[in-house]
Design a protein around this ligand. Structure first.
Ligand code: CDP
Ligand code: CDP
Length: 222
């Protein structure tokens, strides 16, 4: 069967990475979590005390370090150089700074280069904010996942509880709204539905239902 590229974009906690991972496994495709790459860079900036507004220093960091993934049976691990940072990049200090780091054109240029190199291997499911619009504009399947902000905050709240990350629901909801605002109003590659993307409102849908809906779109391409 022909190997295609599948781009999944949408706001925070809309279910992108969960369904992207399931689809990649089912199709035997590569999964690329572009958000994890911006998170890893933000984690490095925090560790090295770099100002989140310092575009030059941030893009230099991209050149000095290697962000990579390792797929295990259970999960996808994230590494900076040889150090595993899978859990560390999901902590609130990273989450609250990542949209500032990700707004810089020079940072995005470097990240997009890496993402396109992964995409070129073919047979990829990539999720993020600008995959359908900027990273893989020629992807055969483009999905834009949305859900009400209340449901997205509920999903993330539950997930944080399970991971032992302490959060207050109202604060979490405000942070999600703020991050969506920053992501969709930045100048370079803002979060936006590609004109040729299929929008799926997942409010009230469970993971399996969303996967089935995307598989229906994929089936028109392969
Ligand atoms: O999983 P969650 O929705 O919390 O976020 P993520 O996918 O891990 O992405 C974290 C942040 O990275 C986003 O809020 C964006 O600021 C940035 N990002 C981006 O700018 N472009 C992408 N392709 C992916 C993520
Ligand atoms: O990657 P993104 O930030 O868009 O979202 P995610 O990390 O895939 O999903 C956030 C949380 O919502 C996870 O705990 C998923 O298991 C959950 N989820 C859900 O309950 N129902 C869905 N339809 C999609 C995701």
């Amino acid at each position: 069967m022909k190997k295609i590229s599948i781009a999944i974009d949408g706001p925070a906690s809309s279910g992108k990475s969960t369904v992207a991972k399931i689809l990649a496994k089912k199709l035997n495709y590569i999964y690329c979590d572009t958000g994890a790459m911006y998170r890893a860079l933000t984690y490095l900036a925090i560790k090295k005390n770099i100002d989140f507004e310092d575009e030059k220093a941030l893009s230099k960091l991209c050149l000095e370090h290697t962000i990579s993934f390792k797929q295990t049976e259970k999960e996808q691990l994230v590494f900076i150089d040889q150090i595993e940072v899978t859990e560390a990049i999901r902590q609130p200090d990273v989450t609250n700074a990542v949209s500032i780091v990700a707004k810089h054109g020079a940072v995005r240029e470097k990240m997009v280069e890496l993402q396109q190199a992964i995409g070129r291997t073919g047979g990829v499911v990539m999720d993020g904010r600008d995959i359908g619009t900027a990273v893989l504009p020629d992807a055969e399947v483009k999905i834009f996942l949305v859900a009400s902000v209340t449901e997205r905050a509920e999903r993330r709240f539950k997930e944080n509880q399970e991971k032992g990350i302490k959060t207050d629901f109202e604060t979490l909801k405000k942070e999600i709204e703020h991050r969506d605002f920053l992501d969709s109003t930045r100048e370079v590659s803002p979060l936006k539905q590609a004109v040729d993307a299929v929008k799926i409102d997942t409010t009230g849908m469970n993971i399996e239902e969303v996967v089935t809906a995307i598989e229906a779109v994929i089936s028109t391409e392969v």
